[in-house]
Design a protein around this ligand. Structure first.
Ligand SMILES: [Zn+2]
Length: 339
């Protein structure tokens, strides 16, 4: 009787363990996805787009304050620095200089949540946190562009930190990366991919978020607010495109609009945000975007106009993709030829 019991429990344990390792991610994903909180996104966004930050222009006081805020948030959540400063100390900041005639200093901000068995493979979630600064018409608050993407990622960072704290660390490492000088010509992300702190070939994907808080004219006309433009998802890896579709179908259910998913589109949106610097290095990317509007690059891009319900849906989709790639061993096959 004793022996039988021992074997019985041994087999039961093995069975449960195997079941758990294959099914854990499927079980955890919806539980944690549902914890993404609109109020958290709102409070980050209202801080970042406040007049006090004077439009977060790269190289100016407001951008520095925003960068310090991002660092303090990542640090409080338990993220670790990935850069090295001039005296070879670990740092949350990647400093760079931009501008030939009038050189200015700025910095990217990043933190990492280290993975377990695939710690040297990386899921990179990015958003630019700079904006246009002050102008003769006042403060360019940049609530949608891009306090919305920045705040969305801070909230997703909270959920991944919570997962780890509750005993579910990711297999792959997750990097949250906030770029400066995007508005100056994608300069922060260019500096990052030219001076990467990790091997670029080990970056599994870059999910980039830029302007996800508003509804554009096309969708206002058809009264559809729950949508997101997906750009670049199938250019380097069809597997990434399929994954994004699957996560949306099974867990989120937002309309995926591929109208701008083209390299020859007249607005050239594929080339206009930071993911492009990853894509040009043959890293699979998705650019999440909710479209242009009359307040784009105007002093009227303010926080009172943000539609947090739709931002929440987009946050869930991004979280789902990042989660699936970080908690499973799946490979994103790349296309042989870049076109
Ligand atoms: Zn912009």
């Amino acid at each position: 009787m004793q022996k039988l019991n021992f074997y019985f429990y041994f087999f039961l344990t093995c069975f449960c363990y195997n079941q758990a390792s294959t099914q854990t991610s499927e079980v955890l994903l919806p539980i944690y996805l549902s914890q993404i909180d609109t109020q958290s996104i709102k409070s980050h966004l209202e801080f970042l787009s406040h007049d006090w930050l004077e439009g977060r222009e790269s190289g100016e006081k407001g951008q520095f304050i925003a960068g310090l805020y991002l660092k303090s948030q990542l640090q409080a959540l338990g993220y670790e620095p990935i850069f090295q400063d001039s005296v070879h100390q670990k740092s949350f900041f990647q400093h760079f200089t931009f501008g030939k005639i009038n050189p200015r200093k700025s910095f990217n901000v990043a933190g990492i949540l280290k993975g377990t068995e695939l710690a040297h493979e990386y899921i990179v979630l990015s958003a630019h946190y700079d904006h246009l600064g002050l102008g003769k018409n006042g403060v360019y608050n940049g609530a949608d562009d891009n306090a919305s993407g920045t705040s969305t990622l801070l909230e997703i960072a909270r959920i991944f930190a919570k997962l780890k704290k509750e005993g579910y660390p990711p297999k792959r490492s997750i990097i949250f990366l906030f770029f400066s000088a995007e508005e100056k010509g994608l300069l922060g992300s260019e500096f990052f991919t030219d001076n990467p702190p990790v091997n670029l070939q080990n970056i599994i994907t870059n999910l980039n978020v830029d302007m996800v808080g508003r509804v554009d004219e096309k969708h206002q006309k058809i009264q559809e607010k729950n949508y997101v433009y997906i750009i670049g998802s199938n250019f380097i890896s069809d597997d990434l495109h399929e994954l994004n579709e699957k996560i949306n179908r099974e867990y989120v259910n937002i309309a995926l609009d591929y109208s701008y998913n083209s390299k020859i589109d007249k607005l050239r949106l594929y080339y206009r945000s930071d993911h492009y610097n990853f894509a040009k290095n043959n890293i699979p990317v998705i650019f999440y975007f909710s479209g242009l509007h009359d307040d784009y690059h105007q002093v009227t891009d303010t926080s009172d106009k943000i539609m947090y319900d739709k931002t929440l849906k987009i946050a869930q989709l991004i979280f789902g993709n990042a989660f699936y790639l970080a908690y499973n061993n799946i490979i994103l096959r790349k296309k042989k030829e870049m076109d």
